[in-house]
Design a protein around this ligand. Sequence first.
Ligand SMILES: [Fe+2]
Ligand SMILES: [Fe+2]
Length: 301
Amino acid sequence: MLKFIIISDTHLVPDNENCNGLDSFERLNLAIESINNDHPDAEFCIHAGDITDRGDIESYERFKKIIPKLKIPIYLTIGNHDNRNNFKKVFNEKYSDENGFIQKTIDIKDQRIIILDTFDKNLLGEGKLCEIRLKWLKNHIQQNNELPTTIIMHHHVAKIKSPYIDLIALENPDEFFNTVKTHSNIRHIISGHVHISSTTFQNNIPHTTIGGSHFTHSVKNFFTEFNYSLSELKKMKENNQINNNMIKEMSDTYDNIVILEGPSQYGVVLSDNFSTTIHFHNYIEKYKRLPQSETKLEYYS
Ligand SMILES: [Fe+2]
Ligand SMILES: [Fe+2]
């Protein structure tokens, strides 16, 4: 059986700074201690992106300094809060593919893990797979097409059913699904980004989002009556027919969305010939509500 860990959304900031009122470095430290103590038998750990909060070099240096403390190997990708150029100034090409994207395929124990770089260009939440990455994905999907394959990527591609959050899902979900549908055995797609733990079944593939290392949400007041498919929502956004302000106007609960300091969690993936299972390991069990002033939903994930 293959066992590996997924951490996400550590949102590191420079020394002596907090992020949204939380000590994100200490929280990562707790995650590492928990993995070392409780899962030393895992083959490796994957960071699913938003390593830093602002993509600055100092935060990557802090990350580089702390990860040797982790006793198992780590693989990385980046999220919308990262900066690929600054990441490479610190890590060079250590985590890059042949085109310079922070992505990788791992074949192990008769299974394939594909880590995708969905970083686009800004901190406002969006992420996209460009032509080059879609082609790379297609090639890696088509080699050993029958191998059970799990995809790890920062941005979610399954509808969370909160339009606030689905506005910042992957920008081109149709292109992604058209590529992966050529594979006969996609076991699971696992993402970070949304800071919520959720599971969805969409396009005949199970999806999981890991709550991650930073703040999370109570799902109370999160949903609206607005009905949409993810690709419809993305098309509306592209045509300027929808934005966050319009969604706020549809709902009288937006101002009461509850943002919590925890729990913080990582995923423990157990995968064998028959099935893939994800357990959620909470390593910070704190639920205090954060002041609204510490977070802006438009900017949060
Ligand atoms: Fe994110
Ligand atoms: Fe995040």
